[in-house]
Write a protein that binds this ligand. Structure first.
Ligand code: 4AD
Length: 578
């Protein structure tokens, strides 16, 4: 007599696919697939539909509760499902076994590696310590891999990238000055430290510098064939979960990258921008000295405003109230009689309550003040300074390369810069149907041209623009009116494609009475400005100046989306860390 066929129950409504179920009538499964998968013998499967499903019209209410043999098609589907699941499980097992084997193999290799000890060969020539960008041919000779020996050098840096081949490990080392390709072969490649090398680990390497083989590429066309290296324990960078590549990557959320800016700065692009920044700052200093401007350092704690009360950072100052300076302009003006033309590179602070890509709460402000000039002199000087700064910056081949990497389309601006009066810009915006975003109406004379409209205009014109002669109502109190058109001031904004305004400047009101009238008009008490108004009492002069936002200049030069990436640790609305 044949053994009775075992029966399993599937209740598609109240059943459960889990190990606690036995599959009998009281503890049914939920799906036929699961039942087939867990019972490889070929039992009988009884299925009941649903306690809650629709009953066809005229149908029997009790039919819902009836157990019926599984339909053929459903059974076939379930068998296929079970087969795929079994295959998947088998594959997973295989993978687990493979990983276990790999781990065991790696452990064996690492255990053996721990026993590999390397010693420096003292018979080799003494190594010369160099930086990674050092190409001084008087001390460094490249070996050719045949009879010509290369200089033995000693370098210190961090692992930028590593690549392992069978018996050789390639490391790209970096030291903030450059990159170097380093090869570890023989016993060196078998050491525990090289086999477990993590990115950002610091190391000291000694070896011979050789030309790269024909067809291969490496920085400065050379590679270091290590003969010895050392990595003190505390020089090692975290690996695994904590590896730097897990903490900062290009697709990471921008706010996380800002929290981890101390690590993000190690990335190639971030560091290039800051190295270009150093070169640009140096170039400004050089140009100003060429033009005989003198560098001053005005105070950061002040008790007067320059650019409107809305963006002042107030703070207690002993028993008084003070602000963080918005601009050093007024102080620079006081230097003219004794120091001649002057400039400063200082921080300015603005309590901007907006999160735009070109506003910071703390930025580096390059400001200059020139004595006995006309408005045209001011514009000519500004154009000269900006172009000469670019010339000096790009004269350094490394910086030129960095700018090309960051901004491949960069071209020196065409001279002379386009000069456009505010009134003509209003006409231009009307013609190009760019509306005033506040009123949703065409722009009209007197409107403050908002950031977006200004940027659209600059991007379409696509060259630097000196936008001049703004109406006095929308400009700061110190700007003098144009004698030919008293509706406007002798003022200028320099606009750059991709960024918009990077410079704001003007002539300064130098008549005492005009200045006092301007204070009254703006409702500013002139008393705290006694030191500023006194300039108009003791030998006043036609003078003017400007302020350039270094981060905005860099955003333009290095094609950065935001000024936040153009300073070390950006400060802006809601961010004051790290
Ligand atoms: O146009 P602004 O406000 O002009 C002045 O402060 C003048 N007192 C300067 C002077 O004549 N000495 O600012 C000048 C420049 C702007 O063109 C812009 O590049 C930058 O400073 N700037 C900012 N950069 C980053 N974040 C901010 N919140 C900025 N505000 C101004």
């Amino acid at each position: 007599m044949a053994a009775e066929q075992k029966t399993f129950y599937i209740d598609e409504d109240a059943g459960k696919d889990s190990e606690e179920q036995t599959g009998d009538e009281t503890l049914p499964y939920k799906t036929l697939g699961y039942a087939v998968l867990t019972h490889t013998e070929t039992p009988k499967f009884l299925v009941r539909k649903s306690l809650t499903g629709e009953i066809p019209e005229g149908g029997d209410e009790s039919a819902r509760l009836e157990w019926k043999p599984a339909a053929k098609a459903a059974l076939k589907k379930a068998v296929n499902y079970a087969k795929t699941q079994q295959k998947k499980a088998a594959k997973e097992q295989e993978q687990i076994a493979l990983r276990a084997k790999e781990e065991a193999d790696r452990k064996k290799v690492l255990d053996e590696a721990k026993a590999v000890v390397i010693d420096e060969d003292k018979s080799l020539p003494e190594a010369v310590k160099i930086r990674l960008d050092d190409t001084d041919s008087t001390k460094i000779q490249l070996g050719d891999g045949a009879d010509k020996k290369g200089t033995r050098v000693r370098v210190l840096g961090r692992v930028h990238r590593e690549r392992r081949q069978k018996d050789i490990t390639f490391v790209t080392l970096k030291d903030g000055y450059g990159f170097m390709q380093v090869l570890f072969q023989g016993n060196l490649a078998k050491t525990y430290d090289i086999l477990t090398l993590t990115r950002e680990t610091s190391m000291e390497i000694l070896g011979e510098l050789k030309e790269v083989p024909a067809g291969a590429k490496a920085p400065h066309n050379r590679e270091l064939h290590a003969d010895y290296f050392s990595i003190p324990e505390e020089w090692k960078a975290a690996g695994g979960e904590e590896a730097i590549t897990n903490r900062v990557s290009k697709d990471q959320d921008p706010s996380v990258l800002l929290d981890l800016r101390h690590l993000a700065l190690r990335g190639e692009e971030r560091s290039k921008v800051l190295i270009v920044r150093d070169a640009v700052e140096y170039a400004f200093n050089t140009v100003y000295h060429e033009l005989r401007l003198r560098k001053m350092s005005p105070p950061a704690f002040v008790q007067t405003q320059v650019e409107g009360g809305a963006t002042l950072f107030k703070l207690p100052y002993y028993n008084e109230e003070a602000y963080l300076t918005q601009s050093s302009q007024l102080y620079l003006e006081t230097c003219l009689p004794s120091m001649g033309d002057v400039y400063c590179i200082e921080k300015s602070f603005r309590a901007e309550k907006s999160l735009t890509r070109r506003h910071l709460a703390e930025y580096t402000h390059i400001e200059a003040e020139l004595d006995f000039i006309t408005f045209d002199d001011l514009l000519d000087h500004l154009e000269q300074v900006m172009c000469r700064v670019l010339e000096i910056t790009l004269a350094d081949p490394i910086i030129k390369q960095y700018v090309a990497d960051l901004n491949p389309d960069f071209q020196m601006p065409e001279r002379p810069f386009k000069r456009m009066k505010y009134a003509d810009a209003i006409d231009w915006l009307v013609e190009h149907q760019i509306e005033n975003e506040e009123t949703q109406q065409p722009h009209k004379f007197g409107d403050d041209i908002a950031e977006a409209a200004e940027r659209r205009m600059t991007d379409i014109i696509n060259r630097p623009i000196f936008l001049t002669h703004f109406p006095f109502e929308i400009k700061a109190f110190y700007m003098p009116k144009d004698v030919e058109d008293p509706r406007v001031t002798e003022s200028v904004d320099c606009l750059m494609p991709g960024v918009g305004e990077i410079v704001g400047g003007s002539m300064r009101m130098h008549n005492y009475d005009d200045l006092m009238a301007a204070f009254a008009r703006e409702g500013i008490d002139p008393a705290p400005y006694y030191w500023y108004t006194d300039q108009r009492k003791y030998g006043s002069s036609p003078h003017g100046g400007y302020g350039l936002g270094l981060e905005r200049f860099l955003a333009w030069l290095c094609k950065q989306h935001t000024v936040r990436d153009c300073c070390l640790y950006p400060r802006y609305f809601t961010r004051c860390k790290p």
